[in-house]
Design a protein around this ligand. Structure first.
Ligand SMILES: Cc1cc2nc3c(=O)[nH]c(=O)nc-3n(C[C@H](O)[C@H](O)[C@H](O)COP(=O)(O)OP(=O)(O)OC[C@H]3O[C@@H](n4cnc5c(N)ncnc54)[C@H](O)[C@@H]3O)c2cc1C
Ligand code: FES
Length: 273
């Protein structure tokens, strides 16, 4: 009999990490391993409330646990935030195509994250670190509203010490202990940021407004449209190209994305919504 593509796999919450006042990372142990490629997404269901989409934030090499980093914004996510270790959720997927790592080989990679948008990018950074010798340079720019909104604080500390990574942070509003940049993420994107733009690709993930201004800044700096990779977090439903909820022009974000190069989608005004 054919497997029902909508049927979730049970997964136990093995650990919960509080990342910020509104964001938690859930380490899930699914009943059976769920291999995924970095950038693909899952549908998670909690307590019969419905489903929501999340991109695993963990290393795709680790198959028996999967981490989802979830911001509390509504029905499903706030129920998830009230759950405890040992409780069960359902996950189905992975869906979408993910990041085309093959195309990044030999390139300088600029990663630009905003807020909880660092979740899929953490998985990407871990995947790049798995075979770091294949990439020329990895530069990470991350912005959050305030120092307490920065997620993966310990891991970012490690990345800052890693000579293979170049990490720079910014917050919209600092506090007395904050020693790094204050300003929007675009203030970190400059001609003299140590990247050979012609030999580089840029990958952005964050709220739509952040991705919009990041894209415009990258183009101003000389990035070509086809070298800018954006995560289109459209309102998904089926996840498998059947319902049409996630359409961007001729594309289905769930099946053809959620990662698209800017040249493919730039003519569709809904991309920044
Ligand atoms: C491919 C993909 C990957 C994602 N990865 C992550 C992730 O790693 N971590 C994370 O915290 N969030 C992620 N999201 C966003 C997440 O799916 C939504 O925040 C979640 O569906 C909200 O569900 P809810 O029931 O809690 O909110 P609801 O009660 O449904 O709605 C709350 C608010 O969020 C808006 N909303 C609902 N669904 C979406 C959506 N899919 N995209 C944008 N806005 C939405 C609604 O319009 C409403 O304003 C991702 C979305 C997609 C499509
Ligand atoms: S979510 Fe149904 S077609 Fe994409």
């Amino acid at each position: 009999m054919m497997e029902n593509p909508y049927c979730p796999v049970k997964a136990e919450i093995a650990d919960i990490i509080e990342e910020s006042p509104t964001i938690k990372t859930f380490a899930l142990k699914p009943e059976k391993p769920i291999p995924f490629r970095t950038g693909q997404f899952m549908e998670m269901t909690v307590g019969g409330l419905g489903e929501a989409s999340f991109t695993p934030s963990s290393n795709p090499r680790i198959e028996n646990t999967m981490e989802l980093t979830i911001m509390d914004v509504g029905k499903v996510t706030s129920r998830a935030h009230r759950m405890k270790k040992g409780e069960i959720v359902g996950v189905r997927g992975p869906y979408g195509t993910g990041y085309p790592l093959e195309d990044f080989k030999g390139k300088e990679i600029l990663i630009v994250g905003g807020g909880v948008g660092l979740a899929p990018l953490r998985s990407l950074i871990l995947a790049l670190l798995n075979e770091i010798g294949k990439y020329k340079k990895v530069v990470i720019k991350y912005g959050a509203r305030s120092p307490e909104d920065i997620i993966y604080k310990n891991q970012i500390k490690e990345w800052t010490k890693n000579k293979d990574l170049d990490v720079e942070l910014t917050v919209d509003k600092g506090d007395s202990a904050w020693k790094e940049n204050v300003g929007l993420i675009t203030t970190l994107l400059k001609k003299d940021m140590g990247i050979d733009i012609k030999d580089s690709i840029a990958i952005a993930c964050g709220p739509p407004i952040m991705m919009k201004f990041t894209t415009f800044k990258l183009i101003e700096l000389g990035y070509r449209d086809e070298d800018i990779y954006l995560s289109m977090e459209k309102n998904m439903s089926c996840g498998i190209g059947k319902c049409g909820h996630c359409r961007i022009g001729p594309y289905y974000a769930c099946k053809d994305g959620p990662v698209f190069t800017y040249d493919k989608i730039k003519e569709y005004h809904t991309i920044w919504e």
